[in-house]
Design a protein around this ligand. Structure first.
Ligand SMILES: C[S@@+](CC[C@H](N)C(=O)[O-])C[C@H]1O[C@@H](n2cnc3c(N)ncnc32)[C@H](O)[C@@H]1O
Length: 262
């Protein structure tokens, strides 16, 4: 599989990619300037438009984000971005999923419940062309349950499971994923997401041989998982040190930086 890592601003690098060339994007942008990553920032609106342009019809963008709390209020940036993708760019908001961070302990303000999750907005360009829903790793058997329709009528449902069967229960859209050092590569990046998060979205929304993009590549988690699952990958990272970190994880040669070359 080919892995291409471009060093530069996502807005400029995305403009070099052909239209309708990407099957799936899995990415996590800088959130609300919570971290500086060497002082870099990004032009959300330009990048969102480029993501729509480079995505194939039926392709998907998974946008993993959270909000900062400023002067006692969450910023709501993540919601604004999701609605911009939908209302301005033309994506469908296919699903709003939750990444529940397991094992990360208690964090956040003493005046609110501890912060435990990030959003995973699943945006699609039309109807997703690949959907492989993953199992939950728990087994049960289907049982005839029922639910009440909007008009009050009772509707028999075949999707309820009771324990001790041999069918794997389908996952919901809240994913419990171990955060932090959980057997993934130990890498020097302040905001790496877990390998399982990238791998499970790649398995869900793309097929072997497809091309996966991460325009905020960081330490290269998406590229590493795409390569291991038989997908091509294009990664973009503005900070040259992180781009080289990603190249190292993928077994690619580092690109000499100008000040190093003499
Ligand atoms: C949340 S981190 C991504 C971490 C990544 N998912 C991983 O597993 O390592 C966001 C990354 O975006 C990079 N970045 C910030 N502004 C950028 C821009 N304009 N273009 C490309 N990359 C940028 C930062 O340097 C940082 O590495």
């Amino acid at each position: 599989m080919t892995v291409t890592i471009l060093t530069g601003d996502a807005r400029d690098m995305l403009a070099t990619l052909p239209a309708a060339s990407i099957d799936l994007t899995v990415t996590s942008p800088p959130y609300d300037n919570l971290r500086k990553y060497g002082g870099y920032s990004f032009d959300f609106e330009a990048i969102a438009a480029e993501l729509y342009r480079v995505t194939k019809p039926g392709g998907v963008v998974v946008w993993v984000v959270g909000d900062a709390t400023v002067k006692g209020s969450e910023t709501g940036t993540s919601f604004r971005q999701a609605l911009h993708f939908k209302d301005v760019c033309g994506f469908s908001l296919h699903d709003t999923m939750i990444y529940r961070k397991m094992g990360c302990g208690a964090c956040g303000s003493n005046y609110a419940y501890f912060q435990q999750f990030e959003y995973m907005f699943v945006l699609s360009k039309g109807r997703p062309k690949t959907v492989n829903r993953l199992g939950a790793g728990r087994f049960g058997k289907k049982s005839g349950g029922s639910r009440v329709r909007a008009n009050g009528a009772l509707h028999r449902s075949k999707t309820l499971y009771v324990p001790d069967g041999d069918r794997e229960v389908m996952r919901g859209n809240v994913w419990d994923i171990l955060a932090g050092n959980n057997g993934d590569d130990k890498v020097a990046h302040p905001a790496r997401f877990p390998e399982q998060l990238a791998a499970d979205h790649i398995a869900s929304w793309s097929a072997p041989g497809d091309t996966v993009l991460d325009p905020f590549l960081g330490s290269g988690t998406t590229a590493k998982m795409a390569d291991s699952l038989g997908r091509h990958c294009v990664g973009i990272e503005l900070n040259p040190d992180y781009a080289d970190l990603a190249r190292g994880r993928l077994g690619l040669a580092a690109i000499p930086q100008l000040e190093d070359a003499d």
